[in-house]
Design a protein around this ligand. Sequence first.
Ligand code: AOF
Ligand code: ZN
Length: 315
Amino acid sequence: MQRCIELGKKTLGLTYPNPNVGALIFYDGKIIGEGYTSKIGGNHAEINAINSVREKTLLKNSYLFVTMEPCVHHGKTPPCTDKIIENQFKGVYIGCTDPNKLVCGKGIRKLNENKIIVEKNILKKECENHHRRFITFHTKKRPYIILKWAESQDGYISTEQKDNKRPFWISNKYSRQLVHKWRCEEHGIIIGSKTYTSDTPKLDGRYWNKNSNKKFIISNNQIISEPFIQINYEKKSIIKSVIDFLFKKNIQSVIVEGGLKTLDTFIDSGFWDEARIFKSITELKKGTKAPSIIGSLLLQKQIDNDQLSIIKNIQ
Ligand code: AOF
Ligand code: ZN
């Protein structure tokens, strides 16, 4: 199953709104086929794994491992369970159930009804973590929210500089490349309008690849994307309105890149899942203070001379 997770990661960021599932086929102590969800609208992982097996007659004595329950619905592609049944697999090992209400336990039931052995919850926590964006979207009816910023050694996220030298880089070039990778992994990028006008960021992944994720700019009374869209903040908090808007647009995850007001508004609302913070060795002495955040430390590591901390919301 660990290998299935590795396979699923190959298309992280490229399969939205589909989850990036990983699958493999096990026969007589050997892996004889592997697959992962294709880019938008393409094959599901199980089908790619089946297609990768040269000797199709082996399938009927094989076991399928898959990070998420196989589907039962006719979507952009036919149901994976039908293919599994048709090929008479001996058993299916599943990481976690599919929270999509079109599937949600029905895949497991259908396999059972067709006399295929099903073992579920294999590395469940790891598979749920791997599919955390898709699961958050379907169960909490909002995108998975990642906050990101870089702060100086003395805790500032920007200088007081108001000239055209902005943006002033706090983190090193390796951390910046990592941020571009992260941008390609999430479904959307959010920044505040002040950062948008002062830094004119491109918000792309050019130091990683050219995956064109959706960009959203939040200003006082509207969320701006392509095309510009007004959202009504009157009755709800800003963040609730923003996440409802993103849910309606089927956005499964976002990375929020600042500035301070935008980050603070997300932190105060409690609507965030992860914070990824770079601490550089540079001292700024004055400027805009970094947000403060409380959560559980998931990971801390050096990116050359920057220290990266990943914090999880445990509220
Ligand atoms: C699987 N294997 O690799 C994935 C699944 O529109 P479709 O046909 O692509 O179906 C999308 C839904 O299928 C998606 O919301 C999720 O419930 C499931 N994704 N299922 O058996 C896969 N990616
Ligand atoms: Zn499927």
